[in-house]
Write a protein that binds this ligand. Structure first.
Ligand code: LLP
Length: 387
């Protein structure tokens, strides 16, 4: 029997059409509680990045757990408001905030715009003026720090499209000096995702101190310092090591970033809160016995979980139906592309047509990145406490 799923639960899975996302709500609430404990212990305020998973039940669990929100679009702000996050707890990030989104965010009285671009700052100032409001902004700085992660999810290097670089700071200050409808809240950073080496955050803290000092010297003091998201999870041991090191992250930050009086440190974890509570449950459609390889072909695919095809990401795959008889095979998806592969030369329970498989750690950047390629249906969510 799987470590994750009892025989009873496995039996109930037969009531649902596959593939679906199965959320273990106990794992989610325990993960949220661990982050809440760490944020209290280290006086750090955590904002969940809705982009990782935007299912309403997931969001409600997180908002109830005392975590604030980070949104990347107007629709995410709308969803955050609907699921219990207070406007004063909402940050708005993103490289391409549209006019409509900026106006909506201003009217919603969100806490802060994290601005990535000098033009964006001018536009927010203009729109705030039109509405007779003051917009609270932080400047997203590109600190040129290597996050040592996959290049597609590295965001804090000079060559990346994100944030304002040091060479542009003088011009930035000139613009900020002319913006009468803005309140400068501080600095924002986000250097990448799935960071497993906490020393990267030490390096980031050193850069934050230097950059903060420079802004201080120009009269722009930071009430808020935001270090963004990025904490990685253990994709190799999703069932035994599912709790991310929130304490380690917050400890590293508080050791390396001295706070000034009245100052608040923020982080924006996405993946680490939701990755391990989600699993894709899928069925084997056919077995292909090749001359060189054997394939278990599932009814989910890269349209259900794009991470392996897009980032060569590893997710543990498990045959839930057969565990005693072992075999070596590839586990592939149902889409007509060879990158649609979940596991190569996997040693696991021998696959048969109709077996149920789980793809683990699919709670983050899984369901939100679904698509309907080949006109397939979107996989629905099933919650452990509703079956
Ligand atoms: N804050 C900002 C400004 C971000 O851009 C992101 C993620 C986060 C916070 C949350 O980062 P996290 O704690 O989840 O690492 N689809 C990719 C990940 C893209 C992350 C984009 N930004 C994946 O599946 O790995």
């Amino acid at each position: 029997m799987s470590q994750m799923i009892s025989t009873n639960t496995l039996r109930t899975f037969n009531n649902f059409e596959t593939p679906f996302f199965y959320y273990d709500m106990k794992v989610l609430s325990d993960t949220v509680a661990a982050l809440a404990t760490a944020q209290q212990k280290y006086h750090i305020k955590a904002h969940y990045a809705l982009k990782a998973n935007a299912e309403k039940r997931v969001l409600k669990t997180i908002s109830k757990g005392g975590i604030a929100a980070e949104c990347a679009t107007g629709n995410e702000i709308k969803l955050a408001l609907e699921t219990g996050f207070a406007p004063k707890d909402i940050f708005f990030d993103g490289v391409a905030k549209t006019d409509k989104e900026i106006l909506f965010a201003l009217k919603s009285d969100i806490a802060c715009f994290n601005c990535e671009n000098i033009q964006e700052i001018e536009i927010i100032n203009e729109f705030a003026g039109r509405l007779g409001k003051k917009a609270h902004i932080a400047v997203r700085v590109n600190p040129d720090v290597d996050a040592h992660t996959h290049k597609f999810i590295t965001t804090g290097m000079e060559e990346d499209k994100f944030g304002i670089s040091q060479w542009a700071f003088d011009n930035l200050i000139k613009v900020l000096d002319t913006c009468g409808n803005l309140v400068f809240e501080g600095l924002h950073f986000h250097i990448g995702s799935q960071i497993t080496d906490l020393s990267v955050f030490e390096t980031l803290c050193r850069r934050v101190i230097e950059i903060q000092d420079w802004f201080d010297s120009k009269g722009y003091t930071s009430a808020n310092l935001n270090l963004g998201g990025g904490l990685g999870v253990d994709y190799d041991h999703p069932l035994t090591n599912w709790l991310p090191d929130f304490d380690g992250l917050c400890h590293t930050i508080s050791e390396n970033l001295p706070i000034k009086s009245g100052q608040q440190i923020h982080i924006e974890p996405g993946r680490s809160l939701v990755a391990q509570c989600g699993h894709i449950i899928s069925r084997v459609v056919f077995i292909k016995e090749g001359q060189k390889k054997k394939f278990a072909i599932l009814d989910c695919g890269m349209h259900t979980l794009i991470r392996p095809a897009l980032y060569q990401a590893h997710h543990e795959v498990e045959n839930l139906s057969c565990v005693n008889e072992q075999d070596t095979y590839n586990v592939v998806g149902c889409v007509c592309e060879s990158s649609d592969t979940f596991a190569e030369n996997m040693k696991g329970g021998k696959p048969h047509r109709g077996d149920l498989f789980a793809i683990h750690s699919a709670g983050a950047y899984g369901q939100v990145m679904n698509m309907t390629y080949l006109q397939r249906n979107l996989a629905p969510a099933v919650y452990s406490d509703e079956i």
